[in-house]
Design a binder for this molecule. Sequence first.
Ligand code: GAR
Length: 194
Amino acid sequence: MAVKKIVVLASGGGSNLQSLIDAAENGAINARIAAVISDRRGAFALERAKSAGIPSYEHDRFDKARFAVRDDFDRAVADSIDAHAPDLIVLAGYLSILPRETVTRYRVINIHPSLLPKFGGMGFYGRKVHEAVIAAGETESGATVHYVDEGVDTGGIIVQERVPVMPGDTAETLAARVLETEHNLIVTAVKMLL
Ligand code: GAR
């Protein structure tokens, strides 16, 4: 079977991206990470791409000199995606909303650090998710990989895994426990889809 091409979009540290890079390198997934795109200047995910010899694109959404209007940013991201004609797009800690054209044209999945539909939607990302889980007194949380549609965290769920919330957890300790689970879950999801 032909090796599939994946484009990964990431805004931050890129530890989930690293998990996919490693899985592609060691043959756990029959795929190649064709490119990494970030919407944040200096995202460490871009360094991970460079270290792995993967083409990377920094399209800083907040760079008003480059992107006077949102459409300009969306076009730059779309052009970088199109250049690689991916079989799958993975959002791995990506904080911008993709335009309708991209989510209808490509198969796009996202990893989210909660048991969706709980603690998902606009404003629930990264640390904020874990703070809300703890504030709500939940005894379990988890991670979800889902399809991306035109909404925020609303697409069909592909796979989920539960993670306990421990007494005394802070957003940081819970985030670290969930992230560890995410690293396996993202690879499992990609394997299922390819
Ligand atoms: C992950 O926990 C991911 O689930 C979350 O950002 C983190 C990125 O970590 N994504 C969201 O909150 C999206 N709503 P990473 O950069 O180390 O992969």
